[in-house]
Design a protein around this ligand. Structure first.
Ligand code: SIN
Length: 476
């Protein structure tokens, strides 16, 4: 059952609004109906847009300290509500409850960081070459923001976007993924409880993402689009946002390489590869999708890895023991199955797992995967780990970079020189050196190439919602 007080209405202008119709949200594991959720249409979206524009004029004038205080209270409330939030995620998108709790802490971390940083939006003075002038740079909120968030991290992706925007003095209207609207609505309820002014954060669940998004994308008063999702959708949004020259942040697909060198601490590298690959059942943009292991340790690594993967507990996301829940829907499970079959048909060897039951797929390990296999090119977004071997550092670097994506990469070595050479050579926005989980609210998250534009997190995430304004004053 859903926690008490889980909102199902849209959150518009500080009110819980019943949309003209609703849609049925279903559990990914059983397919059972979970809730009837407001299904916002374009007309309702236009009302939300007007409310946001009005609220924006007010919110941007609040002092940074006042904005930070609301964010601080929001942070505390999110932590107090960790249990219901984790439960909602388990029910609506299948995240194992113990992983859901970790996500809540991660999500709250963004709010805490930006509550503090709101007070540190400093400007700059520039020594003037003209004695009659004084030059300075001040920072201003970019203006009203439209945000689109994915289902795989339904709490953290909301706060990673909304917290810096709100701290900077921007208002946010957010369209959550159809698969996970309840987490976003619950977070909005906590924002309201924290004292968030009406229409500073609005949430519009909808089964018409194109129609609702068009309202915001075509309006020149919306000054920024921030999106996390697939590269294909990101490209369309980029083109749409160009017409009104919106500021843009796109966190798109990834295809992370995980490289274990011959001098790696084998035990730690295996444990980190499990985290990097199977966190959230492999449904992460930073998931290790290609595991390259030096020939000298390949067999020992593959054996230990397959053994550890075989111990992962698959099951009910509400069960405390579960480590791998269902995939988000049948289409996701079918894609994983197709990648597995394609690799096997091309000659890969299955070291374990891979059976599918509805939306559940047993975590699988593939060895001797040929370079032509789809799994080495496309994002699998599921619990299958292909292992390949290499001999030389340059070969590993070339294979890792031979991808149109450039979000995250991982490498394991005790050789400091190699760690630096590889970190500098990898064409990825995030590099984990002996670290299978580099994500943190205080560091930049984002990618190169088809993985997107811009960075979220840390001071970079705040800068993304600020305009730089140069002021020149003649003093004579
Ligand atoms: C993502 O998969 O989009 C987010 C993962 C993370 O923040 O580590």
């Amino acid at each position: 059952m859903l926690p008490e007080n889980t909102p199902k209405e849209a959150f518009i202008d500080g009110r819980w609004a019943l949309a003209p119709k609703t849609f049925t949200l279903r559990r990914p594991d059983t397919g059972a109906p979970l809730a009837e959720v407001a299904d916002v249409d374009a007309e309702t979206a236009r009302k939300a847009l007007e409310a946001q524009i009005e609220a924006d004029a007010h919110w941007r004038k609040q002092t940074p300290a006042a904005r930070g205080a609301v964010l601080r209270r929001w942070y505390e409330l999110i932590l107090e509500h960790a249990e219901p939030l984790a439960r909602i995620m388990a029910l609506e998108m299948g995240k194992p409850i113990r992983e859901g709790r970790k996500e809540v802490a991660y999500a709250a971390g963004f709010v805490e960081w930006y509550a503090e940083e709101a007070k540190r939006i400093y400007g700059t003075t520039i020594p003037s070459p003209d004695p009659a002038k004084r030059l300075m740079v001040i920072k201003a909120p970019v203006g009203p923001v439209y945000a689109i968030t994915p289902w795989n991290f339904p709490a953290a992706m909301v706060t990673r976007k909304a917290a810096p925007a709100l701290a900077a003095g921007c208002t946010v209207t957010l369209k959550p993924a159809e698969e996970s609207p309840l987490t976003a609505l619950y977070l909005a309820r906590l924002w309201q409880e924290a004292g968030g002014h009406p229409a500073t954060l609005q949430v519009l669940p909808t089964t018409d993402p194109v129609g609702v998004s068009r309202v915001f994308l075509e309006d020149p008063r919306i000054r920024k689009l921030t999106f996390t999702g697939s590269t294909a959708v990101g490209q369309q949004l980029y083109a749409q946002a160009a017409k009104t020259m919106k500021r843009i942040a796109l966190e798109l697909g990834g295809h992370a390489p995980f490289i274990a060198f011959e001098d790696a601490d084998l035990e730690k590298a295996v444990a980190a590869a499990i985290t990097a690959k199977f966190r959230n059942g492999g449904q992460s943009c930073v998931a290790a999708n290609r595991i390259y292991v030096h020939r000298a340790i390949h067999d020992r690594f593959a054996e230990a890895f397959a053994e550890a993967v075989g111990r992962l507990r698959v099951g009910d996301p509400l069960d405390e023991a579960t480590e791998i829940g269902p995939l988000v829907n049948a289409a996701a499970a079918a894609k994983v199955e197709a990648h597995l079959s394609d690799a096997l048909a091309r000659g890969a060897r299955l070291l374990g797992g891979g059976k599918r039951r509805g939306t559940f797929v047993e975590p699988a390990v593939l060895a001797r995967v040929p370079l032509s296999a789809k799994i080495l090119e496309e994002e699998t977004f599921g619990p299958v780990a292909p292992i390949l071997s290499f001999e030389r550092e340059e070969e590993a670097l070339a294979m890792a970079n031979a991808s149109p994506y450039g979000l995250a990469a991982y490498l394991w070595t005790r050789d400091l020189g190699r760690a630096w050479r590889m970190s500098e050579g990898l064409e990825f926005g995030i590099v984990g050196v002996n670290d299978g989980l580099p994500s943190t609210p205080v560091a930049p998250f984002g990618g190169m190439k088809l993985s997107g534009i811009g960075r979220e997190g840390g001071k970079w995430g705040l800068d993304a919602f600020l305009e730089i304004k140069y002021v020149s004053v003649v003093i004579t």
